[in-house]
Design a protein around this ligand. Structure first.
Ligand code: NAD
Length: 248
């Protein structure tokens, strides 16, 4: 069987890198989108993964820019082939209470975290349907499930992502294409390192597991959902949160 191609947006970030590592270890060819090759030192990132035996490459793309995503998809097809596995990881936070949030904070979070998933997924979904195989995973958040102070923008985007997942699952199921959500709790990356220490300590005190999770915890869930054998798991949300929030 030919090697399946996995595209991971934001694959160079804390959670994304581990997703690339685990999908690569599962035999996928890995492509990440990268916003700023120099700032992200993306060549070094790719060569580090290659040194671990991961078949990794990158393309430049701002996922919030639909035109850029059209061009990125053309580049991916011409350089690497068809995308079989897509993981929408790219995301940002711009926290503020709504009464203090300016429009740019709202729109940047919606445009990257939610519209970005549309911009990228819509480039590849027709091909997955035609070939009768596809795996899409959207990285949401526990704060999309519960709402969080200071995150009306982020909670809306992340809740919206799971609506996108569920509708896409129904559309894709007859064609062998699955769409699932992974909702991390608090994970040790630069995103949570930016939380003020006192607030971080208060958050950890709420987590029954007693600590934040790791990128490996999230990548394990993504590897599970993107396996060739996972075809009947479709439209699900898989929370990975140390029992911080349990629901049925
Ligand atoms: P991170 O900041 O390390 O990674 C985010 C990635 O997104 C980076 O590679 C960045 O370059 C990329 N990105 C940002 N804007 C982009 C754009 N316009 N176009 C393309 N790429 C862009 O953060 P992380 O903690 O690894 O988070 C990864 C995902 O997991 C995010 O969607 C985040 O919301 C979600 N998440 C994280 C946590 C956590 O505790 N860290 C919890 C829940 C959900």
């Amino acid at each position: 069987m030919t090697q399946r191609l996995a595209l991971i947006t934001g694959g160079e970030g804390g959670i994304g890198t581990e997703i690339c590592r685990q999908l690569g270890a599962a035999g996928r060819k890995i492509i990440t989108t990268c916003l700023d090759p120099e700032a992200e030192n993306i060549e070094q990132w790719a060569s580090n993964l290659r040194a671990e035996g991961i078949d990794a490459d990158w393309v430049q793309c701002d996922v919030s820019d639909n035109e850029a995503c059209v061009k990125m998809a053309e580049e991916v097809r011409s350089r690497f082939g068809e995308v079989d596995v897509l993981v929408n990881v790219a995301g940002i936070t711009r926290d503020a209470f709504l009464h203090k949030m300016d429009a740019s904070q709202w729109y940047s979070v919606i445009n990257i975290n939610l519209n970005g998933a549309y911009n990228v997924t819509s480039q590849f979904i027709a091909g997955m349907r035609e070939r009768g195989f596809g795996r899409v995973v959207n990285i949401s958040s526990v704060n999309g499930q519960t709402g969080q102070f200071g995150q009306t923008n982020y909670s809306a985007a992340k809740a919206g992502l799971h609506g996108f997942t569920m509708a896409l699952a129904k559309e894709g199921a007859p064609k062998g294409v699955t769409a699932n959500t992974v909702s991390p709790g608090y994970i040790k990356t630069s995103m949570t390192a930016a939380i003020p220490e006192q607030v971080r300590e208060a958050i950890v005190a709420q987590i029954p597991a007693g600590d934040m999770g790791t990128p490996e915890d999230i990548a394990r869930a993504v590897a599970f959902l993107t396996a060739d054998e996972a075809g009947y798991i479709n439209g699900a949300n898989l929370p990975v949160n140390g029992a911080l929030f349990c629901s049925f």
